[in-house]
Write a protein that binds this ligand. Sequence first.
Ligand code: NAD
Ligand code: DAU
Length: 333
Amino acid sequence: MTRKILVTGGAGFIGSNFVHYLVANTDDVVTVLDKFTYAGNEASLAGLPADRVRVVRGDICDAELVNELVEATDVVVHYAAESHNDNSLQNPRPFLDTNIVGTYTLLEAVRRHEKRYHHISTDEVYGDLELDDPQRFTEQTPYHPSSPYSSTKAGSDLLVRAWVRSFDVQATISNCSNNYGPRQHVEKFIPRQITNVIDGQRPKLYGEGLNVRDWIHADDHSSAVLRIVEAGLIGETYLIGADGEKNNLEVLRLILQAMGQPADAFEHVVDRPGHDLRYAIDSTKLRTELGWQPSFPDFERGIVATIDWYRNNEAWWRPQKAATEAKYREQGQ
Ligand code: NAD
Ligand code: DAU
């Protein structure tokens, strides 16, 4: 039977990747609900078949609209969020509205209509690890978020857990590490540096660049989410990661090398306040219980492909570049 899937935030980086993934790998019919904030981009959904993907422009905090769309669907996969830590440090309010009230609005609708719900979250809810800590985050790690962004994501996860326990909502949660790949907004680390080099500008490294992120290709995030939607146990949380730990200086050096730049052709800029030191995911549960494996284990090849994508798709990112850099300049970043 053809499934109807409501994907919130489907015009953003990872949500649009999931929509492309569904169209390529299932018979599902998708409705995207997206507010088209600065982070939503119609071009990210261009070329998808109109009989498989419908786009609704709207806010996940709009209870009437959400109710109508949830009633008409089988499954809700909730990606929509304010997603950028630096923005949350400048102006936290939209993070509270979208990440907390938006999630609450969706939960009330799936509760009313008894629909399956999957909640997309982040490893940042666990706070950070020391560089030499042998442990990685697991599903049992206590929540300890640092930024307005991660604390609102943590709050939204806790709402989901409460709605499962109190109201029997049929939900699963996944917490994924840092994604990279095509169609990521130029405010984020990897696309910012690639597009800076294309523009003849020096990449910008926060602090000394020793902070570690655990990189995963967005396609691997999508395959994991589909696996959880299809086989995950209700009420369970699954961590998604691909063993991709690298510090920011290492990632920047890879980009510089792949783009034919000297290894020192970058600037150190003002560090992010409260900057989390290290994230690292142990995805054993997802791999052993649901049999998931990543398909993009080679980060260097993934970075080269991502650089090619930004070189070949300037029309996609160019409209956002100047305003993004102007905002960073005001912050000394
Ligand atoms: P993004 O900023 O690229 O996209 C967010 C999308 O949500 C945009 O299309 C935006 O228009 C939409 N949106 C924002 N507010 C909305 C609202 N009120 N109503 C409807 N739509 C709204 O974000 P992303 O990087 O693709 O992240 C997507 C999800 O994945 C988020 O929940 C984020 O917390 C989570 N996540 C991201 C990463 C990562 O590395 N980027 C890793 C783990 C988890
Ligand atoms: O871990 C998952 C999270 O990954 C997601 O929940 C977030 O939505 C997503 O934005 C991402 O958060 P980060 O803060 O880790 O990503 P960002 O791309 O902003 O930064 C990655 C690292 O690079 C971080 O240590 C800060 C650093 N950085 C970032 C920028 C934009 C720089 O050194 N220079 C920069 O210009």
